[in-house]
Design a binder for this molecule. Sequence first.
Ligand code: NAD
Length: 493
Amino acid sequence: MTERYEHYINGRPAAPIGGAYFESTNPATLEVLYEAARGTKDDVDAAVVAAGEAFENPLWRDLSPTKRGHLLRRLADLVGEHAEELAVMETQDNGKLLREMRGQLAALPEYLYYYAGLADKIQGSQIPTSSVQILNYTQREPLGVVGAITPWNSPLTLTTSKLAPALAAGNTLVIKPSEYTSRTILRVAELASEAGFPDGVVNVVTGYGAEAGAPLVDHPRLAKISFTGSTATGASIASSAAARFIGCTLELGGKSPNIVFEDANVDNAAMGVIAGIFAAAGQTCIAGSRVFAHRSVYDELLEKVANRARGIVIGDPMLEATELGPLAFDAQRQKVNSYVELGVSEGATVLTGGRRPDVDLPGYFYAPTVLTDVNNQMRVTREEIFGPVAAVMPFETEDEVLALANDTQYGLAAGVWTQNLARAHRMARRLEAGTVWVNTYRAMSPMSPRQGFKSSGVGIEHGIESMYEYTRLKSVWINTDEGPVADPFIMRS
Ligand code: NAD
């Protein structure tokens, strides 16, 4: 019988009120892995009520920030102890390489330790107003119930990027994970209970976006929504949040440029281009999907990238030797393929890839693809494909490539390959992207804030700045003068 997962509400598994479940499939083997509760508005309501009560519960509300940090540390330890189990689950769910998920899970406790350390460093300040009789100070308070909606491509890392700062700041959470990757988030919610978080502090409602995600966003008791996913969904979430004046953090899509100058180490740049677009089968928001190569190194770079792309070992993501697994689900594979066909119809040449590779598994595999004869105005260079498809374009001058790189609705990340220090700084300053990498690509740390510019997002994730996204600032004025209160028709400063 297929394994079954319930929601996780108020510290325990909760069957879906509507009684329905949906199946989750392994994208490499197409085996049904498990079924998970198909959440609806009623389940969301139960979870938000539990989170609201937990927020008011003295066990959580009055817990000292230092003790909140202890709980996060305990959770980090438990995640570390279960890292292998969680990594295997994520690979089975979304097809990413087990060796990549092992790396992500090994790093995951660091996210929790980092925010555990910050929990008791959320400080206000004392403001020197013009009256010495007045004591004015600020304090940062938790917001209340935070809704977190996350995608399937790095489920635990992207969820922990919200959960850790939100809990450190004293909020409670209702998480709606992607319908493709429900179970590791459920497992971590259980581990949060085991770590000692009071019931209702971490809740998970599984299910589809329209059925479980939308009612969460629209729930009147929600204090904030933190979302990672596509720009289209983010736009609809932003308008719902705006209508109710609640805050939102949005981490959205990208179409990032990866720029190789004539003075770059071309071998390193080729590795960076490969890492940028073929790691995780291109299913990363930061994918370096637009590659700009200076005309003098264009042929050399293209040859190196195409040769390596042709040699990438494609297959079972559970095997250590595999370098590229399947795409996460069938619609994703169809989308990638139709973009490649669209590019060809717009004049692109498929230098390599553009087809299903020979793999003896039935899953949603797609060969690493390099497109040439493309320009920055085609749909394949303007829209996010979210797959292993690089569009490579030549350029002549720095000003030209800056204009091309910035000519996009997105602003998530950018890569620059150059040995020229002054140019590196110039590019870092002028690129319209929240993250700029020079002579590296895909580097990330919970300590380093990241923000999507333009249509790539609103608000900050990671770093100290991210924790402030889960607080509100209050200004408190105390009159220390016990004498008569002055004329009410004169405003005092
Ligand atoms: P998606 O927008 O389809 O779904 C993301 C989540 O939102 C899922 O849990 C889904 O069920 C839910 N959802 C869908 N419709 C909803 C609605 N109307 N209301 C509420 N919730 C809804 O995105 P995806 O396909 O899961 O993820 C891929 C996208 O995520 C890509 O665009 C990628 O660039 C982006 N992404 C961004 C970052 C970042 O940090 N900027 C990181 C990873 C992925």
